[in-house]
Design a protein around this ligand. Structure first.
Ligand code: GLT
Ligand code: MN
Ligand code: MN
Length: 386
């Protein structure tokens, strides 16, 4: 099995992922700070293609224009040196105390206006770096008590901000699309746009909806007990899968952001199979971090593990899809028949024919789909006993 990452795999990591120092609500950092240059070199060494950043990961918050420029120029130099591309950019709208009541949906109008300005400034940076995707993760956009905000007003302000920022991108002629990242809770008690489904419906209300899609994250849908696979498949079907945050998570827990493929191996088999077979050409972005038990060496073990598990599952998926026993089991399950239209477009004559048709319900009730045998082939392939 060839587990060598290649540029066409489009594997990417956020600066904050391998840069995570293991802080949690109960404990201090356990690892030293890695300099951005060191992160980029380490990523390039393990075969990564792209890197993403928050404004504040790259340029010190509150720094002068000249310091920001120096930090940005150094980043650009290291990108050139390492051959990494900047695959996504985003804004930190959650860390500073001003965002405690939200950013784009804070009740305070000045906080909202500042938040929009912060995004605009970083959109300029994203454009300069050639990042094609701009992510909006609204971790602070939410409430602890529903008495504190009228959710309908909050959604209007969210829409207003995205409409405005879409206008800014178009006005400037930037080649950037937006990707909304849903999450149900944490850090807020309830976050607006909690799931893929909520976000997909919201996007349809936007003025520039064609340039807004999704950045779903494994951990976030799984926190809600939802199937990430199903959310991704629907986002794809609606042509809204612009980017994807790959990691791992157990249902019902806090946002664990575990190494990709470390927990839900069967779910991930189907996810990787879907991404690989669908022609999805966006970044495969690992938004995860090493266990808190790890030192710097463990961080790179973690990053290599994400890639290794993805490539191994892609290989398993290929073997599954070329196994003649699988083809036979799929034929029995009538998988391909679901692609055949049921009735076609409505016409009065086809309606008349359908109403006149007699179905043999005994035959239909006796159909058997063989899904046990089909799924066992999935498990056999994953376990390597096929
Ligand atoms: C933060 C969050 C992630 C988001 C990042 C983008 S930041 O770490 O937990 O899920 O993707 O803002
Ligand atoms: Mn997460
Ligand atoms: Mn994420």
């Amino acid at each position: 099995m060839d587990l060598t990452p290649r540029p066409e795999n489009r594997f990417s990591f956020g600066l904050w992922t391998v840069g995570n120092r293991g802080r949690d609500p109960f404990g201090e950092a356990v690892r030293p700070k890695l300099e951005t240059t060191e992160i980029l070199k380490g990523l390039a060494d393990i075969g990564v293609w792209g890197v993403s950043f928050h404004d504040d990961d790259l340029m010190t918050f509150g720094a002068t224009e000249s310091q920001r420029r120096a930090e940005l120029d150094e980043f650009k130099r290291t990108l050139d040196e390492t051959g990494l591309v900047c695959s996504m950019a985003t804004t930190n709208l959650f860390y500073h105390p001003i965002f405690k009541d939200g950013a784009l949906t804070s009740n305070d109008r000045d906080v909202r206006r500042y938040a929009i300005q912060k995004v605009m400034r970083n959109l300029d940076v994203a454009a300069e770096l050639g990042a094609p995707i701009y992510v909006f993760w609204g971790g602070r956009e939410g409430v602890e008590t529903a008495a504190s905000k009228d959710t309908r007003d909050a959604l209007s302000r969210y829409k207003e901000a995205l409409d405005y920022l879409g206008g800014y991108v178009k006005d400037k002629g930037y080649d950037i699309r937006f990707a909304l990242e849903p999450k149900p809770n944490e850090p807020r008690g309830d976050i607006f746009l909690p799931t893929v489904g909520h976000a997909l419906a919201f996007i349809e209300t936007l003025e520039h909806s064609e340039m807004v899609g999704l950045n779903p994250e494994v951990a976030h849908e799984t926190m809600s007990g939802l199937s990430f696979y199903q959310g991704v498949a629907q986002a794809m079907w609606q042509e809204k899968l612009f980017h994807i945050d790959l990691n791992d998570q157990r249902i019902g827990r806090f946002d664990q952001d575990f190494r990709f493929g470390s927990e839900g191996i069967k779910d991930h088999f189907f996810l990787v199979r879907l991404l690989e077979s669908s022609g999805y050409s966006g970044a495969k972005h690992f938004d995860a971090h090493a266990y808190r038990t790890e030192d710097v060496q463990g961080v790179w073990d973690f990053a290599r593990g994400c890639i290794r598990n993805y490539l191994a599952l892609a290989d398993k998926a290929r073997a599954f899809d070329t196994d003649p026993r699988v083809a036979e089991a799929m034929a029995r399950a009538k998988v391909a028949e679901l692609a055949v239209p049921s009735v076609g477009a409505y016409s009065a004559s086809s309606a008349g024919q359908l109403l006149a048709e007699n179905f043999d319900l005994d035959v239909l009730a006796d159909l058997s789909y063989g899904n046990e045998a089909l799924d066992q082939l999935v498990v056999d392939h994953i376990l390597g006993i096929a």
